[in-house]
Design a protein around this ligand. Structure first.
Ligand SMILES: *Cc1c(COP(=O)(O)O)cnc(C)c1O
Length: 408
């Protein structure tokens, strides 16, 4: 497989396999919900705090020349951030994770490991900010990108060049919930010695395990489900191999894209309830998808859990849950969409996703406005499209709110 650079001389603290509040139990022996509560949580030797403290410090004193307790400067590493990183690595089943200041910082960091001239193949319906980073920033510098319909494996193969060093997979996509076959695309990448990078933000490790499907790198916007409470922005890069994980940690140190201790602490707290939240997001999303599917004002619902979703079979195969995101096309286009959205009382009219509260937005003018109109249409995003991040409220209250907003 393609390996970046000549390798950095970079010190990463090793993950402990034991020392979980004194328990002699490796994270590898824990099931996921147990890892959510326990993985990475550091024993506080001073007061025996059960929860990882927030180490709000920029620097750490040396005990002697060359001798620290594992940390020397918080851009390089910080105990609170290390706790989160160990937890994320355990949840994704990767060797090493690095927590970043945002999801975009995670993306920029991993792409800095590609040599100049590298070509990356990705979808034509990826997250708007990712599209902007690729098409407007990185394309003007050292990298080039092909935006293709990744549901079609022939298109992926046809886009290949001798310089292709990575495929960038986002599945399910945003806002149309198209799926990419991670195993199939990762296999193509493997045959060419390229990386398979998966943005796993939409499902979280609870519902999708990219490494088990052949991916080499997983990125997250922890802003979304992992934190889950809409009160920070954050990101992460998780690597299947220890070597690449160390390169990523070194690049975060070089670029300064690290996550702050306080934000890391909030994400770590959020993760403790991740499995419970994901279950409720999914149950609520399914109920709303079925409600909207039967609604006379709705043209089409996009949700992988609906049997008529064109990739429902793939969803059942590659995901262990359908997630909490859905979108729909409303009859009457944008004017009617805004009329309904503005009448809603419980749903906040906002971008972002993955929090406990339900959000609704208009991709064409909001989350995906950074794409050109041509790119939006090519990706199938129309002015009639409305996206919902389904929260964990009582779903019948959500249905009632939609009913009154539609005016039926
Ligand atoms: C939000 C999001 C990002 C960007 O993350 P930030 O934390 O906002 O920087 C990347 N990918 C997906 C799928 C997202 O939803």
């Amino acid at each position: 497989m393609f390996a970046p650079g000549a390798g950095f001389d970079y010190h990463c603290i090793p993950y402990r396999d034991t020392d979980l509040l004194g328990a002699d139990m490796s994270h590898r022996d824990m099931n996921q919900a147990t890892s959510c509560v326990h993985a990475g949580v550091r024993k506080d030797n001073t007061f025996n705090a059960v929860i990882t403290p927030i180490y709000a410090t920029s620097t750490f004193a040396f005990e002697a020349p060359g001798k620290t307790k594992g940390h020397d400067y918080s851009r390089t590493s910080n105990p609170t951030r290390s706790a989160l990183e160990e937890c994320l690595a355990a949840l994704e089943g990767g060797a090493r994770a690095t927590a970043t200041s945002t999801g975009m910082a995670a993306e920029a960091t991993i792409l800095h490991l590609l040599p100049p001239g590298s070509h990356v193949i990705t979808g034509n319906d990826i997250y708007g900010g990712t599209y902007r980073l690729f098409s407007q920033i990185l394309s003007q510098r050292a990298l080039s990108f092909s935006f293709v319909n990744m549901r079609d494996l022939d298109e992926v193969r046809a886009a290949w060049t001798p310089e292709t060093r990575a495929v960038w997979i986002e599945t399910p996509s945003n806002p149309l919930l198209n799926l990419v076959d991670i195993a199939a695309v990762s296999q193509i990448a493997k045959e060419h010695g390229a990386w398979s990078i998966v943005d796993n933000t939409f499902l979280s490790p609870i519902f999708q395990q990219p490494f088990a499907l052949g991916a080499d790198v997983v990125v997250h916007s922890t802003t979304k489900y992992l934190n889950g409470h809409s009160d920070i922005v954050g990101g992460a890069v998780i690597s299947k191999s220890e070597e690449l994980g160390v390169e990523v940690a070194a690049m975060v140190n070089n670029l300064g894209t690290c996550c702050s201790p306080f934000d890391a602490w909030l994400v770590l707290r959020g993760i403790k309830t991740l499995p419970l939240r994901m279950k409720q997001h999914e149950a609520n999303a399914m109920r709303l998808a079925e409600y909207l599917d039967a609604h006379p004002e709705v043209e089409r619902v996009y949700y992988p859990g609906l049997p008529h979703h064109p990739q429902h079979e793939l969803a059942r195969r590659q995901m262990s849950g359908f997630g909490g995101m859905l979108s729909f096309d409303i009859k009457g286009g944008a004017p009617r969409a805004f009329e309904v959205i503005e009448k809603l009382k419980l749903f906040a009219f906002a971008e972002s996703l993955g929090g406990v509260e339900s959000l609704i937005e208009h991709p064409d003018t909001m989350s995906h406005a950074s794409m050109t109109e041509e790119a939006r249409r090519a990706g199938g995003i129309s002015p009639s499209n409305v996206r919902i991040s389904v929260g964990i409220e009582d779903v019948e209250d959500l249905v009632k709110d939609l009913e009154q907003a539609f005016g039926s």
